[in-house]
Design a protein around this ligand. Structure first.
Ligand code: ADP
Length: 634
């Protein structure tokens, strides 16, 4: 059994062929592929964003990137840092202020100089401390000799020595306390800094002054020594990246705006109660380029002034989620795999078939025909899991078989939930995978964004309880859209049955939906279940279905068909009815192709024709249905 404890034995043994994935060139493994040295040249599919980043780097402009996680926003920000001139880098130092110890001085020096200055001060302080220690030693020895020679009390001698030691230590430490602190160091930096400040608290972002536990008694740490640089200072002359910009508190966004405008920002203690709050440095340089990122609702929750600052002095880009499946774009995926292998550094190179399997997954994950996904963080994760499996096998290369196994392991939480659900379902035998059943349909739903489940729907028709008025009673945690779907279906049912539903109650039950069902993709299933119950014609239980229904009986497209079909196949179902309009979205894995038949339909008559078990009664009903719908259309 697999990780999830469930596996259809039929699936495992069917080999996966690669015949339909063609690449522009062939290679034995990704070790032969050249990975460009600059990050900006490693980015796939985001041509517009790449152009903007290049331009913004030249002009030192801020950038706002909006889009789905894992499409390369932080990678672009890192790439931007590589493009900035490193000649401009500086070190920032903080010095004690003799006039006002709570207002430490700030100095900038060329990159790398800061270390030397601190070292020089330290050497000086040590030299002074050494001579002072010598003087102290002489004094103590003097006291001892004097005591012996003059026969004074030992106690007084010890007292005098202790006094000397205590004051002497402060005296010696004074020079130490004057050594400046290197606040931001760019020693030996090969590129401009890149600082990821996502979800940083105010202290980390804006700098802080540490609390001093020994506030007096000669042991206190001098104020300038307790000053810590914030991300805005560490990214001076470089890039400050901030994802989910909208979760930053309004006060922090306000401060960030000030920092952007002034290009310098004094550091003060962020915790009000600490002794650090008394301290405030001179303004500290923070001339960074801001790369702010988020998804589309980040824009709304962002401080309007901050947004307009970035907009007015920079660029906004929308990240792409997929790119056309062209030969050139496929070839980019070869390079992508090579990059991810290189970045990991520990996994074996991929052979050609393994790369093809990754490309196949990129097609599937795009969810649309003729597209390749650009949610590359997740795909990179798949590359690493596959590579880890290959390494565990001591294989020289990562192969297609490793990728397929990796796909099984690295399932999302939602997929695992779907597996668990399926396990329970098979335990309770709530799947009837054969025979006919009145009023029972195998519906299909998606949970999360990438996993399907089989969702049985039961219907029963009874004489109306309330007498005058019939009701549609749905149970099983329906959410709003699903409720709407039930309403639409009742319009169709009314038309089709020809009768008023006043005299009857229609019960619809979604079996075992502990998650709550959303979406209207179950409407053809609901309709079929009700019609079967009403006409007392059994539904073929080897079939599952998904599709939305218009009030006129047309079957409309739905989302997630690939995942739904795969879920049906795993549950042992033989045929799946899907909307004709979704036909080209089907990208199921090869292993499923031979075990499940896909039936595209465009109206409810076709659904009923395929789903109901053959009988004279069914033929009669079909005729009735056709006339009904035809009349309706005329
Ligand atoms: P985001 O910031 O949009 O959430 P990241 O930039 O952190 O995404 O992407 C995570 C990882 O996924 C990157 O380090 C890289 O390995 C890979 N990746 C994402 N998008 C791309 C892309 N467009 N080109 C190449 N690699 C990518």
């Amino acid at each position: 059994t697999s990780e999830t404890g469930y596996e259809n034995p039929e699936i495992k043994d069917i080999p996966n062929d690669n015949e339909d994935i063609e690449l522009g060139y062939s290679f034995t493994n990704t070790g032969e592929i050249n990975v460009p040295p600059l990050l900006i040249d490693q980015i796939l599919g985001q041509e517009q964003a790449v152009e903007i980043v290049k331009k913004a780097a030249r002009q030192r402009r801020h950038v706002m990137m909006i889009g789905t996680p894992g499409t390369g926003k932080s990678l672009l920000a890192k790439a931007m840092a590589e493009l900035l001139p490193k000649e401009e880098l500086e070190d920032i130092m903080v010095y004690p202020n003799a006039e006002d110890s709570n207002n430490p001085r700030i100095r900038r020096v060329p990159a790398g100089k800061g270390r030397e200055i601190v070292a020089a001060h330290r050497a000086e302080a040590q030299k002074k401390a050494q001579s002072k220690t010598m003087i102290l030693m002489f004094l103590i020895v003097g006291v001892v000799i004097y005591t012996i020679l003059t026969g004074q009390s030992i106690l007084i001698a010890i007292f005098v020595c202790l006094l000397l030691l205590t004051f002497g230590r402060q005296f010696i430490g004074r020079d130490e306390a004057l050594i400046p602190k290197l606040l931001v160091s760019n020693y030996n930096k090969q590129q401009a800094p890149y600082v990821d400040s996502t979800a940083a608290h105010a202290g980390a972002l804006l700098g802080d002054v540490r609390h001093d536990p020994f506030q007096s008694g000669g042991l206190e740490t001098p104020a300038h020594d307790r000053v810590e640089a914030g991300d805005i200072h560490k990214s001076h002359k470089g890039v400050l990246f901030m994802d989910e910009i909208n979760i930053l508190s309004i006060e922090s966004q306000q401060s960030l705006l000030t920092a952007l405008q002034e290009k310098e920002y004094a550091i003060t203690g962020q915790s009000e109660r600490s002794s650090g709050a008394l301290v405030k440095t001179e303004p500290v340089p923070c001339d960074f380029i801001m790369v702010a990122a988020g998804n589309i609702d980040a824009l709304e929750k962002m401080h309007p002034a901050l947004r307009s600052r970035i907009k007015g002095y920079g660029y906004e880009v929308y990240m792409r989620e997929s790119m056309p499946d062209t030969p050139e774009n496929r070839d980019k995926f070869i390079r992508f795999v090579a990059q991810e292998v290189m970045r990991d550094g520990n996994i074996p190179q991929f052979d050609e078939d393994a790369v093809k399997e990754i490309i196949r997954e990129a097609m599937r994950r795009s969810g649309r025909k003729g597209q390749l996904t650009l949610k590359l963080r997740d795909l990179g994760g798949l590359v690493r899991v596959a590579g880890d499996l290959a390494r565990a096998d001591n294989a020289p290369f990562t192969t297609a078989e490793h990728v397929l196994r990796a796909k099984k392991i690295s399932r999302s939480i939602e997929q695992q939930l779907a597996d668990r659900y399926l396990e329970n379902k098979t335990d309770y035998e709530s799947f009837f995978k054969e025979g006919g059943e009145i009023g029972r349909v195998n519906g299909l739903a998606v949970i999360g964004s990438d996993s399907g489940i089989v969702l049985p729907i039961l219907s029963e028709v009874t004489p109306s309880m309330s007498g005058a008025q019939g009701n549609i009673i749905a149970t099983g945690q329906l959410k709003t859209i699903a409720r709407e779907a039930v309403k639409n279906v009742s319009a169709v049912i009314k038309k089709v049955t020809g009768k008023d539903i006043e005299a009857i109650d229609i019960h619809i039950q979604f079996v075992g939906t502990y998650e709550g069902v959303e979406g209207d993709s179950a409407s053809i299933s609901i309709a079929t279940a009700v019609l079967s119950a009403y006409e007392k014609i059994p539904v073929d239980q080897t079939i599952a279905m998904t599709g939305s229904l218009s009030v006129r009986g047309d079957v409309l497209p739905v989302g997630g068909v690939t995942y739904k079909i795969e879920a049906a196949a795993q549950a042992g179902i033989k045929k799946v009815i899907i909307p004709k309009a979704n036909e080209s979205d089907v990208m199921i894995e090869d292993s499923y192709k031979d075990i499940i038949e896909i039936i595209p339909v465009s109206n409810i008559t076709e659904v009923v024709e395929y789903a109901l078990v053959d009988s004279p009664k069914k033929q009669e009903f079909l005729k009735k249905l056709e006339t009904m719908l035809k009349n309706d259309k005329n």
